[in-house]
Design a protein around this ligand. Structure first.
Ligand SMILES: NC(=O)c1ccc[n+]([C@@H]2O[C@H](COP(=O)([O-])OP(=O)(O)OC[C@H]3O[C@@H](n4cnc5c(N)ncnc54)[C@H](OP(=O)(O)O)[C@@H]3O)[C@@H](O)[C@H]2O)c1
Length: 335
């Protein structure tokens, strides 16, 4: 099968398309013929090993797992002897962790994998899990509940667009902060208010909120403090300048009435099923910025690394785009 492989850490050019052995499912695994996957900030971070700490997972000197790719959507090709939930021909979506930048991947039945929501394309289904699996633990960590107010800062990214839609589901009043071009998008995702960060600094508008969720790791507890209500909480996806956030998390447990928290991605089958339910109820939708064929992975990755994508970047695999024309070259698409 064709797969995108890399055997050293570095810039996007270390990625190359190669023929590799097609995996064979173990007893508890399904073999998925992948139709779509994504390039995420996590894929990019693992490949560059910009944060040395990630090498603890991927290999100290060079990558042990040579195929990246977390999200996937496709068709079950074969199942192991002990698999009961899926059968060949089923359309599935979910998170693999590693190995989705390929034509086929084996995924454990117990992994965050579920039947694809009815009426959703493979490309859309590939582009929903990553943002949700980070935004959801952050909103839970913040204890967000009905009637509360939340600011989602960086609302136009993968995590941000997920957070706006999920916070709305929690019954919160959502203020989304993004740039001018994405104001309409975040409103369409359910934001009650949208603030253009190029025009207005939300920390200076005199309003206070129960939760500030920094979905893109570009703000700080120090600057947001004044915008939090007493008992309010700042949650970020990022460790912050000089990795100070974990220290603040500890300090604010004991000092003051405003807290800081760090959200970590959590990938579970339960949450994929929860997301599937939201999608089928029309309460959640994919936000896709650009689509590239698998062979253009380097270009796709370079775009992701600009830090300016809107929502998600999809890689189409195995040529066909079900329900649409063949994916050729780069395309710009909005939600
Ligand atoms: N903790 C974890 O487990 C974990 C796991 C994965 C990722 N992360 C982190 O999660 C964060 C979000 O990931 P993502 O995939 O959602 O990012 P992303 O999609 O790459 O975010 C890009 C979006 O953020 C906006 N943005 C950039 N700079 C901004 C600023 N200063 N103020 C407001 N908006 C800004 C961009 O809009 P503009 O056009 O305005 O620039 C763009 O729409 C990243 O920092 C990533 O490192 C954490």
């Amino acid at each position: 099968m064709r797969a995108v492989v890399y055997d050293r850490y570095g810039p996007p050019d270390v990625l190359r398309l190669e023929d590799v052995e097609r995996p064979v499912p173990a007893d508890d695994e399904v073999l998925v013929r992948i139709h779509a996957t994504t390039v995420t900030r996590t894929d990019a971070g693992l490949r560059s090993a910009e944060y040395f700490i990630t090498r603890g997972v991927t290999g100290l000197r060079r990558p042990k797992r040579k195929i990246l790719g977390m999200e996937l959507a496709g068709e079950v090709e074969a199942v192991g002897a002990a698999v009961t939930e899926f059968e060949p021909g089923d359309h599935v979506f979910g998170v693999k962790g590693f190995g989705a930048h390929a034509e086929y991947a084996c995924v454990r039945e117990s992994a965050p994998l579920a039947h694809k929501p009815a009426g959703m394309s493979f490309e859309e289904a590939a582009a929903v899990c990553d943002g949700v699996m980070l935004a959801l633990p952050c909103l839970r960590r913040a204890g967000l509940r009905e009637g509360q107010s939340i600011v989602v800062y960086g609302a136009s990214g993968s995590v941000g667009t997920a957070a706006v839609q999920l916070a709305r589901q929690f019954g919160a009043h959502v203020t989304a902060v993004c740039n001018t071009k994405n104001l309409e998008l975040v409103r369409s995702l359910g934001a009650d208010e949208a603030i253009d960060y190029l025009e207005e600094d939300f920390t200076k508008n005199g309003k206070t909120y129960d939760v500030v969720f920094d979905a893109v790791g570009k703000h700080s507890f120090r600057r947001c403090r004044g915008s939090l209500k007493p008992g309010g909480i700042y949650v970020s996806t990022d460790l912050g300048f000089l990795w100070h956030l974990p220290v603040l998390v500890l300090l604010t447990r004991w000092i003051g009435d405003k807290r800081a928290a760090l959200g970590m991605a959590k990938y579970t089958k339960e949450d994929v099923l929860f997301l599937k339910g939201l999608i089928e109820a029309g309460e959640y939708r994919a936000v896709i910025d650009r689509r590239y064929p698998l062979e253009d992975v380097v270009e796709a990755t370079r775009y992701v690394e600009t830090g300016q994508k809107t929502g998600n970047v999809v890689l189409t695999v195995n040529g066909a785009r079900p329900g649409g024309p063949q994916a050729r070259g780069r395309e710009e698409v909005s939600a």
